[in-house]
Design a protein around this ligand. Structure first.
Ligand code: C2E
Ligand code: MG
Ligand code: MG
Ligand code: MG
Length: 280
């Protein structure tokens, strides 16, 4: 049994560091088996039209329940999936499942809405992305304009290839948006090159709007810029009425956040959209 260790003793750190390394390894090992063991589930978070208060879309967000460690946040495991390449099969599974679910809701007679799927940069760069997206649409029978792909500014690194791929997706009729807008370090010039439909204002700006005037100014500026470029704009992380009012006054098109709903499993979304859901 180890006796009390002084806080300046190096051993104080070692077990924690070991634990961190082994947790990452545990996650990596777990991720390799998670698909076949059916440990993933897709949750959906409503996106609301600011003017009408209606649900116009949902964002698909993956959830993972590790058999021993319990629920692991995608913030923790998506980067590991990216690093190991596991994001390719996992991402394809999410895309298929999300398209299938959206078509199922349409078949059940719910008002048609868009399904937004996050695409990480490694997924975006895979050579058969177009084939994978086409297959997900074909197999589900979902029309392409009901699918949205959320891309991040990081894909811009390889801009020639990115522009080509985006044009192909656009020609297929898919809705394209830039996620976490404003948090990347890319130049704005890509906005005129990329055939995108909308910008998603990152939640870090929305969150601090009333604590920091500069965040409010950034939110306002992103909305104006999007509109000047003929793009739609959606704010993420909307948690309060005051934030919604601010966004509405500045003609932000859409909003998403805990104010309306947390991400929910498919059956709970069915309940929500069963009775024509209108916020406010
Ligand atoms: P994201 O795409 O920016 O998704 C928004 C995140 O913000 C989600 O976290 C959502 O649950 C959370 N959120 C939504 N509204 C609020 C709010 O009002 N307040 C706060 N505090 N948070 C809010 P989540 O589900 O943990 O996902 C985190 C990130 O993981 C996502 O950020 C996305 O980058 C990534 N991710 C999730 N699912 C997938 C996936 O299927 N594929 C890929 N490639 N990435 C995914
Ligand atoms: Mg997203
Ligand atoms: Mg985001
Ligand atoms: Mg994000």
């Amino acid at each position: 049994r180890v006796k009390e260790i002084g806080k300046n003793d190096f051993q104080f750190y070692t077990p924690e560091m070991n634990e961190m390394v082994s947790k990452k390894m545990q996650l990596e090992i777990g991720l390799r088996k998670a698909l076949e063991r059916k440990e993933f589930e897709v949750y959906y978070q409503p996106q609301i039209d600011v003017n009408s208060g209606r649900v116009i879309g949902v964002e698909a967000l993956i959830r993972w329940e590790h058999p021993k460690l319990g629920f692991i946040s995608p913030v923790e495991f998506i980067p590991i999936a990216e690093e190991t390449g596991l994001i390719i099969p996992i991402g394809e599974w999410v895309l298929k499942e999300a398209c299938r679910q959206n078509k199922e809701w349409q078949n059940q007679g719910f008002p048609a809405m868009r399904m937004a799927v996050n695409i990480s940069s490694r997924q975006f760069k895979q050579s058969n992305l177009i084939a994978i997206v086409s297959k997900a649409l074909e197999e589900s029978g979902l029309e392409p304009h009901y699918l949205e792909l959320e891309l991040t500014e990081s894909i811009i690194q390889d801009s020639k290839y990115a522009i080509m791929t985006m044009h192909q997706l656009k020609q297929m009729g898919i809705y394209l948006s830039i996620d976490d807008f404003g948090t990347g370090y890319s130049s704005l010039s890509y906005l005129k090159l990329f055939p995108i439909d909308s910008l998603k204002i990152d939640q870090s700006f929305t969150r601090n709007m009333f604590e920091d005037d500069k965040d409010a100014a950034l939110v306002h500026t992103i909305i104006s810029m999007a509109h000047n470029l003929d793009l739609k704009v959606i704010a993420e992380g909307v948690e309060t009425e005051a934030q919604l009012a601010f966004l509405s006054q500045r003609q932000c098109n859409e909003a998403q956040g805990y104010l309306f709903s947390r991400p929910l499993p498919a059956h709970a979304i069915s309940e929500l959209i069963k009775h024509p859901y209108t916020y406010g």
